[in-house]
Design a protein around this ligand. Structure first.
Ligand code: FES
Length: 573
C-alpha cells in the first residue's frame, strides 16, 4: 500500500478544508497551538484511562506526557482524550459490567474526533481488552501502552503478591492463625507503588496478550509502572504510531487468526487468568476472526505453563521482567508460535525474538521442564452444554477428577447468608454450587467464583474444595474452581436446575462435567423453572441485559461484533 500523504489524513476532513475549517482550526488555535504545530500532521489521540479512583493508573498523566513527547518528535500532533476508567477495586458490582461501555467509549471517541491514530493507555484488568476492542472496531493505526505493574509488596521480610496473598491470608485470619494487627500490616505492605497487580492476574495476562497479538512495542508488558524504561518505551511507541499512520498499518492488518493463536499460546504459557479466555473471544469477535472454546482448549492441551509466577507459581512480575519478560518467554515458545505475524513495531515476531534469552530459568522455565502441564481446560456436559473452564495449574491435583454432593446457593447473597451457618450440611468432599452470577444474573459476571470455604472446614485445615458457578474469578485467585458455566442459570441454563444433594462429577483430563440426575427429572425441573424478574428496567443496565452475549461468546454486545464500518461522521458548516 502506498504511503499516505498529508491530504490523505483523516483529520484533514476537519482541518484541511480551507475557509470551511474555520471552526476546527480557530478552536485549536484557542488552545494555544499555532497552525504550523497541527497543520498537515497526523493527529494522534492519547486515550487516557487515568482517574483518582483507579490507583493502578495513578501515574497515567505522567505517562501521557512521555507519549506526547514521542508524538511531537515524530512530527505528529498529540491530543489527550480521557476515557472511562475502570479501577478493578472500586467499581461495583464489577468492572466487567462496563468493559463493553469503555470499548464503545473508545471506538466513538476515535470516530467522532479528528484523529488519525491512537495510543491507548490502560492496564487494570478490563481497560486493556476494552481499549483494544474499541480500537479494533474503529481500525485506525493504534498502539497499546500498558500502565506497568506495581513493585512487589512486603510483610516482615516476606514478599506479597497482589490478590494472591490476600486470598491466602484471609482464611488464616478467619481460622485465628494470624491476628487483626498482622492483617492490617499486610494491608499496609501489599500495594507499595502505583501500577497494576504484580502477579500474573488478569492485568498482567491481558497486557502480555496485547503484546503477543502484536499491538505493543516488544517487551513493554514486562515493565514496572515506576521503571523509567516504561516512559522511554512510551515515547518510542509514539514516535512509531506516527509512522504507522503514514504506513496505514491498522489492527486489521495485524490481527490474523495466527496472531490470536500466539496470544492464546502466551496466555497458557503464562498460567494466565481465566478471564483472558472471555476477553480473547471478544477481541476476536471484533476482529472478525472465528475462534471458540474448543479452539482454545486445543491450544491449551499443547502449551504447558512456563512462567513460575503467582498464582500458578512462586515469583512476581518484577522477577518475570528481570528474567527476560515476555519476549524471552516467547523465545522459549518459539516452536509453538506463528513467527511470521506482523507487529506494530513494523517487524515480524521472528525478527523481534532474534537472540533473546531467558536469564533465570527458575522464573521462566523451558518446554522440556515446565512449571505445570496445563493452564486451562474447557469442560462440557449436561451441566454446561456450551462449556465452562477451570485452571488446572492453580487447582488441587486430587480434585481434578471428583464426584461429590452438591451444596447449592441461589446467588451471592444466599451464599453469604448461609456458608458459615454451623448447621450447613457440608464436608470437604461436597461441591459448592453458586448460580445467578453470570453475565446477566450478576449482572456483569462478577469475580465471585473462588467461593470462600465454610469456616468450620477452614478451621479443620481444609484449604480447597470443588466450586462451580457461572461467575468469573480474579486472575489472582486459585483453587479447584469451575467457572463461566454457559449458558448461565439466570437465562435458564442447567445450573439453575441443580438441587442440594444431587451428585456432580468433574473429570478435567476427560474434559467432562456431569450432573448425575436423570433427564426425565431434569425435564420436570425445567418445566417448573421461572425466569427471574429483570434486575433493572432502564439505562445502561437494561441495554447490557438485552444485548450481552454469554461467556462462551466473550460477553460482548452482539451488535458490536465485527460488521460493516459505519460511515465517517458528517461534517457540515
Ligand atoms: Fe488494577 Fe489488579 S486491581 S490490576
Amino acid at each position: 500500500m502506498a504511503r499516505k500523504t498529508p491530504p490523505d489524513l483523516r483529520s484533514q476532513r476537519w482541518f484541511g478544508r480551507g475557509p470551511l475549517s474555520f471552526g476546527h482550526r480557530s478552536r485549536t488555535l484557542q488552545n494555544g497551538y499555532s497552525l504550523e504545530e497541527f497543520s498537515d500532521k497526523p493527529v494522534i489521540a492519547i486515550v487516557n484511562t487515568w482517574s483518582d479512583l483507579n490507583t493502578c493508573h495513578g501515574h497515567l498523566r505522567i505517562l501521557a506526557e512521555a507519549v506526547k513527547r514521542g508524538v511531537w518528535q515524530a512530527g505528529g500532533f498529540p491530543v489527550e482524550l480521557p476515557a472511562m476508567s475502570l479501577g478493578e477495586i472500586m467499581v461495583k458490582p464489577t468492572t466487567m459490567l462496563y468493559r463493553n461501555l469503555l470499548a464503545m467509549d473508545t471506538e466513538e471517541l476515535l470516530r467522532s474526533h479528528p484523529v488519525d491514530g491512537a495510543v491507548l493507555l490502560g492496564g487494570c484488568d478490563k481497560t486493556t481488552p476494552a481499549l483494544l476492542m474499541g480500537a479494533i472496531s474503529m481500525d485506525l493505526p493504534a498502539v497499546f501502552v500498558p500502565a506497568g505493574f506495581m513493585l512487589h509488596g512486603s510483610w516482615r521480610g516476606e514478599r506479597l503478591g497482589s490478590g494472591v496473598d490476600a486470598w491466602k491470608y484471609g482464611p488464616e485470619l478467619a481460622a485465628g492463625n494470624i491476628s487483626m494487627e498482622d492483617w492490617l500490616e499486610i494491608e499496609e505492605g501489599s500495594a507499595r507503588t502505583v501500577g497494576t497487580c504484580n502477579t500474573m492476574g488478569t492485568a498482567s495476562t491481558m497486557t502480555a496478550i496485547a503484546e503477543a497479538l502484536g499491538l505493543t512495542l516488544p517487551g513493554v508488558s514486562s515493565l514496572a509502572a515506576v521503571d523509567s524504561a516504561l516512559r522511554r518505551s512510551a515515547a518510542a511507541t509514539d514516535r512509531r504510531v506516527v509512522e504507522m499512520v503514514w504506513e496505514d498499518l491498522t489492527p486489521s492488518a495485524i490481527l490474523s487468526i495466527d496472531a490470536f493463536a500466539n496470544a492464546a499460546t502466551v496466555n497458557f504459557a503464562l498460567g494466565g487468568s481465566t478471564n483472558a479466555v472471555i476477553h480473547l473471544l471478544a477481541l476476536a469477535g471484533r476482529a472478525g476472526v472465528e475462534i471458540d472454546l474448543a479452539w482454545m482448549d486445543d491450544i491449551a492441551r499443547r502449551v504447558p505453563v512456563l512462567a513460575n509466577v503467582e498464582p500458578s507459581g512462586e515469583y512476581l512480575m518484577e522477577d518475570f521482567g528481570e528474567a527476560g519478560g515476555l519476549p524471552a518467554l516467547m523465545g522459549e515458545l518459539r516452536e509453538l508460535m506463528h513467527l511470521g505475524c506482523r507487529t506494530v513495531a513494523g517487524q515480524t515476531l521472528e525478527e523481534l525474538l532474534e537472540g533473546l534469552r531467558v536469564s533465570n530459568h527458575d522464573v521462566i522455565h523451558s518446554l522440556e521442564d515446565p512449571v505445570a502441564e496445563q493452564a486451562l481446560a474447557v469442560l462440557q456436559g449436561n451441566l454446561a452444554p456450551n462449556g465452562c473452564v477451570i485452571k488446572p495449574s492453580a487447582a488441587t491435583g486430587r480434585l481434578l477428577q471428583h464426584r461429590g454432593r452438591a451444596v447449592v446457593f441461589d446467588d451471592r447473597v444466599d451464599f453469604e447468608a448461609r456458608i458459615n451457618d454451623p448447621e450447613l450440611d457440608v464436608d470437604e468432599d461436597c461441591i459448592l454450587v453458586m448460580r445467578n452470577c453470570g453475565p446477566i444474573g450478576g449482572p456483569g459476571m462478577p469475580e465471585w467464583g473462588m467461593l470462600p470455604l465454610p469456616l468450620k472446614l477452614v478451621r479443620r485445615g481444609v484449604r480447597d474444595m470443588v466450586r462451580i458457578s457461572d461467575a468469573r474469578m480474579s486472575g489472582t485467585s486459585f483453587g479447584t474452581v469451575v467457572l463461566h458455566v454457559s449458558p448461565e442459570a439466570y437465562v435458564g441454563g442447567p445450573l439453575g436446575l441443580v438441587r442440594d444433594g444431587d451428585e456432580i462429577e468433574i473429570d478435567v483430563p476427560g474434559r467432562k462435567i456431569h450432573l448425575h440426575v436423570k433427564e426425565a427429572e431434569l425435564a420436570k425441573r425445567r418445566e417448573r423453572w421461572k425466569p427471574p424478574t429483570p434486575k433493572t428496567g432502564r439505562g445502561y443496565g437494561l441495554l447490557f441485559a438485552e444485548h450481552v452475549g454469554q461467556a462462551d461468546r466473550g460477553c460482548d454486545f452482539e451488535f458490536l461484533r465485527s460488521g460493516p464500518q459505519p460511515p465517517e461522521p458528517a461534517i457540515h458548516v
